[in-house]
Design a protein around this ligand. Structure first.
Ligand code: UD1
Ligand code: UDP
Length: 324
């Protein structure tokens, strides 16, 4: 059986790694990289660290509006699929690359398998929600990370081909944390001591593209002592556009996005994590590091994020956290 895996963005690569490793034991796999992410630290670093084979096709789509980006990916993926004739296309998560891969395949009557099917925020303003719902409705095999995901699909009438597989991000983390702890020097490089710093990430469009929301994130982060922030290029661009960059840099250790090994080590040793990332929230949970979700449909409205709140959540989290 020949499988074509379609990936393009940072979280796609991390999910591909453990799946590709297993699939290659039994099947032929080709990797199609849409080019959605392209900076070294958003792209190649993950192939290098996680030992993912070089993509067989690099479509070089790059950045653009949703319509442009998804449309170009669809056109270019279709060409490859017509040439390669795989038996199945494998897509991961909820990015534009995920949807484009699924659409290109289903329209050519090639079977689609979706890793991380059934996740819902129920917020149609989020591009990820549209991508996930539409991909699931194109898929023949739906690999769900949780029972809730299976229920979500059932509520949408999808029951055939649904498998509760568990979460491949857990596999990736478990396979790599020991290696990361051996290889990463990030704590020394940034002069950080375990449990004495906060780790932040933010890149969701609804946070970055609105001045007042992004400013309120900067306001909150500037109140926190010892916070390190690996900054997504989208967010850096918007900080600069809204003239928030200089103020942020004075108070916050803003760094380039880090590789997976450094990120796992930063997460595991953080006192608390503040993030709007789906993957980072999940990893915080696995490491039992208290996490504040910077999303409307997360734990709280982030506008109330303040020192006082940080202290209170910390106290209530200790009970849940138990022994690390
Ligand atoms: C995408 C996914 C999001 C995922 C995130 C992971 C969609 C709709 N969104 O969001 O679900 O959580 O990836 O990181 O697919 N840029 C660079 N260099 C890069 C990549 C991006 O400078 O290597 C900048 C460009 O200015 C680009 C912007 O970041 O316009 C946004 O990139 P894009 O891929 O469109 O969306 P993400 O915000 O990364
Ligand atoms: N990640 C990373 N370096 C960073 C930020 C995130 O390696 O600087 C990893 C993180 O550990 C997780 C994944 O990227 O495995 C999450 O991706 P991201 O936050 O970009 O997207 P989301 O999960 O929100 O779709």
């Amino acid at each position: 059986m020949k499988i074509a895996s379609v990936v393009g963005a940072r979280p796609n690569f991390i999910k591909l790694a453990p799946v590709s490793k297993e699939f290659r034991k039994e099947f032929d796999e080709i990797i199609i990289h849409t080019g959605q992410h392209y900076d070294y630290e958003m792209d190649k670093v993950f192939f290098d660290e996680l030992g993912i084979p070089e993509p067989d096709y690099h479509l070089g789509v790059g950045s653009g509006s949703h319509g442009y980006q998804t449309g170009e990916m669809l056109k270019r993926t279709e060409k490859v699929l017509i040439k390669e004739k795989p038996d199945m296309v494998l897509v991961f998560g909820d990015t534009n690359s995920t949807l484009a891969g699924a659409l290109a395949a289903v329209k050519l009557h090639i079977k689609v398998a979706h890793v991380e099917a059934g996740l819902r925020s129920f917020d149609k303003k989020m591009p990820e929600e549209i991508n996930s719902v539409l991909t699931d409705h194109c898929s023949d095999l739906l690999f769900c990370p949780t029972e809730t995901a299976v229920k979500n699909l059932k509520n949408e009438g999808i029951t055939k081909g649904v498998y509760l597989t568990g979460d491949v991000m857990v596999d990736a983390l478990q396979e790599n944390i020991k290696i990361a702890e051996k290889k990463s020097r990030i704590l020394d490089e940034l002069d950080l001591k375990p449990e004495e710093y906060y780790l932040a990430t933010a890149h969701r469009a609804e946070n970055t593209d609105d001045f007042s929301r992004l400013k309120s994130i900067v306001d909150a982060f500037c109140e926190i002592e010892n916070i390190v922030f690996p900054c997504h290029p989208r967010t850096e661009k918007m900080f600069k556009k809204f003239n928030l960059w200089d103020r942020l840099q004075k108070r916050v250790k803003v760094i380039k996005p880090v590789g997976y090994f450094d990120m796992l080590v930063l997460e595991k040793n953080a006192r608390k994590i503040l993030t709007d990332s789906g993957g980072v929230q999940k990893e915080a949970y696995i490491f039992k590091v208290p996490c504040i979700t910077l999303r409307e449909n997360g734990q709280l409205n982030f506008m109330v994020l303040q020192k006082r709140f940080l202290k209170e959540t910390e106290e209530s989290f200790w009970e849940w956290k138990g022994e690390r």
